[in-house]
Every structure is written in C-alpha cells, then in structure tokens.
Write a protein that binds this ligand. Structure first.
Ligand SMILES: Nc1ncnc2c1ncn2[C@@H]1O[C@H](COP(=O)(O)OP(=O)(O)O)[C@@H](O)[C@H]1O
Ligand SMILES: [Mg+2]
Length: 255
C-alpha cells in the first residue's frame, strides 16, 4: 500500500502540494486526473522518492520513502518503476540495451549477483515480446515511432518486474489507436505482475478503461477519489468538462 500523508511541497513561491492525502491500495489501478501544471508529475516524483516533501511523508509498504537517503532509496525503489513523460529512453543505446539497462545496473535482487548475459537476453526478449517489439531490438529510439518508443519505455520498466508501477501521461501525444494499445498493455502488465499501478492522464477515456478508482488532483490536494461510475456522476465543472471531451473522443464511446 502507498500512503501519502499531509504532503506539502513548494518551489519558491509556487505552492504545489498543500496537505495532500492519498491511499493507494495494493493491486489496484489508480488513475489521477487534473489540469496541466497542477502537480501530478511532482506527486509521482515524490512517490518514487526522487523529490522530497517540505512536510508530510509517503510510506510504501511501510517504508518511509520520503525520508530515505540515496542508498536506502536505491534499494527501496527496486520494486518500483516509473514510465516518465516522453519515455526517456537513452538515445545512443539500441532497444535491447535500453531494456537491459536496469538489469545490468541492479543485478539479481535475490542472489545479489549480476545477471548472466543469457539471463539478460531471456528477460529482455520476454519484455520486448510482451510489448510487441520483438524483432526491433537492434533499432535506436530515433528509428521508432512515438507509440513504439512508449512501448520500449514500458519494456524497460517491466523487464525487472516491479510491483509498483507509475505512469506519467503514458498516452499523451499518441493517436487514439496507439493510445488504446498502451491502455491495454498497462492493464495486461498490471495483471501479469500482480502490481499496483498509478496512472496520471488527462484522457478520461483511458481513465475509464483501466481505473479501479479515479482521483481528481486539484489545488494541491486530492479533491475526489471514487470508482469510475461514481466519479462520472460528481457534479463538478472540471469533471463535466472532462466528460464533454469524452463525447468527442474518436473511439465514439458514449456514456
Ligand atoms: N523542479 C521544479 N522546480 C521548480 N518548479 C517546478 C519543478 N517541478 C515542477 N515545478 C512546477 O510545479 C508545477 C506542477 O508541475 P507538474 O507536476 O509538472 O504539473 P503536471 O500536473 O502538469 O504534471 C508547475 O508549475 C511546474 O512549473
Ligand atoms: Mg506532468
């Protein structure tokens, strides 16, 4: 379980998180929606521990992530992975090496030994197959389309089988069909890894497709946190606005 408790964060005079509370249950897909610039990426960076709060804390399975030093964090986040906005692949590495990166860096968490080249190959090919990029491993990120780059980012994430998966706007900038492939992959990965996923998106269509619960991030806090059906019926201008965008969604999904 992930527990965000009374979390505060500002950058200069810019107050971003203002006493945020949020509990994310084991095994769920929690989707966070909110306006651009509200602090959704900032929240994810706190959950994975790469930003520290001014006040408050975050516990992940009882470990106080928000107070760990660099070395403590390095150990703790082995079970966590984040798909950053824009996938953040290493441009000079081909898809195989990108996917193998964390395996080479961390080695086998059970034996504490480095993985053998055979083991790495095996894991990388399994991950690439899962995102349908098998056969593309020699290509550079610049050879891939936007959707393929996202999938490569996803392969790099799932290759070490983290249990907690954070996705920052995984479908932004993708065409609707590719976006839906990514949505389906996120659900598939969740089931395969028996994970807990937190997905930031401003696409309500994606949210409804995958969410167990949807949270609205507003004014530095979580304003609503409901199952999709209940969430849609909240009388709130922002939620109505998001719902409107659904009516114009190319999938033609009706409410
Ligand atoms: N490292 C940083 N230094 C200064 N300001 C930041 C930093 N990270 C984020 N911000 C600011 O915090 C606000 C929220 O950013 P972000 O979390 O990226 O929003 P979004 O909800 O769109 O993901 C923005 O105004 C952004 O400029
Ligand atoms: Mg963001």
């Amino acid at each position: 379980m992930i527990e965000v408790v009374d979390l505060w964060k500002s950058y200069g005079k810019n107050q971003i998180l203002s006493g945020m509370n949020l509990q994310i249950h084991e095994g769920e897909i929690l989707v966070i929606v909110g306006r651009s610039g509200v602090g959704k990426s900032v929240l994810l960076r706190h959950i994975i521990g790469i930003e520290k709060p001014d006040k408050g804390y975050i516990d992940v399975d009882g470990v106080r992530i928000s107070e760990l030093s660099k070395t403590g964090l390095y150990k703790a986040v082995k079970d966590m992975g984040m798909l950053f906005q824009g996938a953040a692949l290493f441009d000079s590495m081909n898809i195989f090496e990108n996917t193998a990166f964390y395996l080479r860096q961390h080695g086998n968490p059970k034996t504490k030994e480095p993985y053998t080249e055979e083991e790495i190959k095996d894991k990388v090919f399994t991950a690439l197959k899962m995102v349908s990029l098998d056969g593309q491993e020699k290509k550079l990120p610049s050879d891939l389309s936007g959707g393929m780059r996202k999938r490569a980012g996803l392969a790099r994430l799932i290759v070490y089988r983290p249990r907690i998966l954070l996705y920052d706007e995984p479908t932004t900038g993708l065409d609707p069909i590719t976006a839906q492939q990514i949505n389906e992959l996120i659900v598939q990965v969740q089931e395969e890894l028996k994970g807990t996923s937190v997905v930031v998106t401003h696409d309500l269509h994606s949210a409804l497709y995958m969410a167990d619960r949807i949270a609205l991030h507003r004014d530095g806090k979580i304003d609503h946190l409901e199952e999709p059906k209940t969430f849609l019926n909240i009388e709130d201008p922002l939620i109505c606005f998001l719902k409107d965008s659904l009516l114009h969604h190319p999938s033609g999904r009706k409410l």
